[in-house]
Ligand binder design. Structure first.
Ligand code: IMP
Length: 500
């Protein structure tokens, strides 16, 4: 006879936290959200920690290099999506690793033979008033001058005037080179009253700019997630098919951690990938596996050598796996069950394997609940897809700005294989949808706000760290009528905004 779980599986919206005693020391400024990303032995420290418990989903519509830089700057980590060619994924990883905070690639460039009119058109297009003049008009050509709005007067000059006639020529420029640090660049900018400092290589080729206006934004990132060489950290998703080629390419590109990306991870395929990594790299390469929703699946992956285990099937905002295949489990129950198995495994073996709650975060308080239920960190898709930094288009629909967000199991995401690998395999059914989510602005603003709520709730629970919250939180199920009580009720709202 089949095995029946007697309890229904439940999701975050069915629970609340009950406050604990908060001492005077319990203030948000004292809360640490630092959390282990990879397994460690009792008495030792994990080799990689996140400074905030957030990772961005392994999805085309969420995690590219731009997202990875923005999230690492706030202390979290992106897993660059694997549903693309090995070369392009490795390039994205390499771009994150070579990114230097404050050093911006020039996106307004022109050749000395172009005209004032070309400058005006470019300015209109990019919105930037500083234009690099390079021999071939590219972002990495030989720097021959710079044009800013101080170099020309539209009312007095013919639009045909050549750039080389009015640019500030290279001889008159102050510049930095490959060895210039951000601090030095900012000092040069201040001492010489510059608006920007071009950085060139030894062949006078343009590498980047440092802008005065960015000065403040580089100062306050004390949580940024960086490696021992001060480069941003980045993860990458892999699959169970081309891993023997993809993993070496990603490691070579500098990926700090890998994760097998699959909607169902309790399988021999995942075991084979984990064995491949351990045989080839020992413990040097860090790799997570998943997804599972019960203790049995967790133990299997932990015993196969996973560095962390991802939890969740069917709870993603774009996910229709439960409808299509009838598999899955409410996200809260899945986390509670897997956390129990993780703690038992730790007691037995002395090895702590962190678990990641993947998918289904709708409200900020769900983050706190997932942590309280035992998650060490979270993976979020819809949440990050809404921000400026996600790779998708911002569109206006009926007067509201939206961003596109599609599942990895949707036809849209899977098409890359058919196009890029030329495979003839036909998509038999979809496990994800293509959708819009409300545009929400910058990652930094939103992550700060969400985490300020998490810190505040943790203080209400009397907890200053995630392990304390996991140990001491008091969690209650709520009845459907008390959920109604939790929102505004029995009043007529003046402001009829719908809150998404
Ligand atoms: P969200 O944070 O609720 O949007 O969920 C994101 C998670 O949904 C991802 O990290 C994946 O685990 C999962 N996911 C991504 N694409 C699909 C899909 O097409 N079908 C089912 N689940 C998906």
């Amino acid at each position: 006879m089949a095995i029946f779980m007697n309890e229904p599986s439940r999701t975050f919206g069915e629970y609340l936290l009950i406050p604990g005693y908060s001492s005077a020391n319990c203030i948000p400024a004292n809360v640490s959200l630092k959390t282990p990303l990879v397994k460690f032995k009792k008495g030792e420290e994990a080799e990689i920690f996140l400074n905030i418990p957030m990772t961005s989903a392994i999805m085309q519509s969420v995690s590219d290099d731009k997202m990875a830089v923005a999230l690492a700057r706030e202390g979290g980590l992106s897993f660059i999506y694997g549903s693309q060619s090995i070369e392009s994924q490795a390039e994205m990883v390499a771009r994150v690793k070579s990114y230097r905070a404050g050093f911006v690639n020039s996106d307004s460039n022109i050749s000395p033979e172009s005209t004032l009119n070309d400058i005006l058109v470019l300015k209109e297009k990019t919105g930037h008033s500083t234009v690099a003049v390079t021999d071939d008009g590219s972002a990495t050509g030989k720097l021959v001058g710079i044009v800013t709005s101080r170099d020309y007067r539209v009312s007095r000059m013919s639009p045909d005037t050549k750039v080389k006639e009015f640019m500030t020529p290279f001889e008159d420029l102050i510049y930095g080179d490959e060895t210039t640090t951000l601090k030095e660049a900012n000092d040069i900018i201040w001492e010489n009253k510059l608006n920007c400092l071009p950085i060139i290589d030894k062949n006078q080729k343009l590498m980047s700019f440092v802008f005065r206006k960015d000065y403040n934004s580089h100062k306050n990132n004390e949580l940024e997630l960086i490696d021992s060489s001060k480069r941003y950290m980045v993860g990458a998703g892999i699959n169970t098919r081309d891993y023997a080629q993809r993993i070496p390419a990603l490691i070579e590109a500098g990926a700090d951690v890998l994760c097998i990306d699959s909607s169902e991870g309790y399988s021999e395929w995942q075991k084979r990938v984990l064995e491949f990594v351990r045989e080839k790299y020992g413990d040097k390469v860090k790799i997570g596996a998943g997804n599972v929703v019960d203790g049995e699946g967790f133990r299997f992956l932990a015993e196969c050598g996973a560095d962390f285990v991802k939890v969740g099937i069917g709870g993603g905002a774009i996910c229709i796996t439960r409808e299509q295949k009838g598999i899955g489990r409410g996200q809260a129950t899945a986390i509670i069950e897997v956390a129990k198995a993780r703690d038992e495994y730790y007691k037995e073996t002395g090895v702590y394997v962190p678990i990641c709650s993947d998918g289904g975060i709708v409200h900020d308080y769900h983050i706190t609940l997932a942590l309280a239920m035992g998650a060490d960190f979270l993976m979020l898709g819809r949440y990050f897809a809404r921000f400026d930094e996600s790779p998708t288009k911002k569109v206006n629909i009926n007067g509201n700005f939206m961003k596109e967000y599609w599942g990895e199991g949707s036809a849209r995401a899977r098409n890359w294989q058919r196009y890029d690998l030329g495979g003839a395999e036909k998509l038999s059914f979809e496990e994800g949808v293509d959708s819009f989510v409300p545009y929400a602005g910058s990652l930094k603003d939103n992550v700060s706000l969400s985490l300020s709520k998490v810190r505040s709730t943790m203080c209400n629970c009397g907890c200053l760290t995630i392990p304390e919250l996991q140990k001491n939180a008091k969690i209650t199920l709520v009845s459907s009528t008390s959920i109604v009580e939790g929102g505004a009720h029995d009043v007529l709202l003046k402001d009829n905004r719908q809150i998404l």
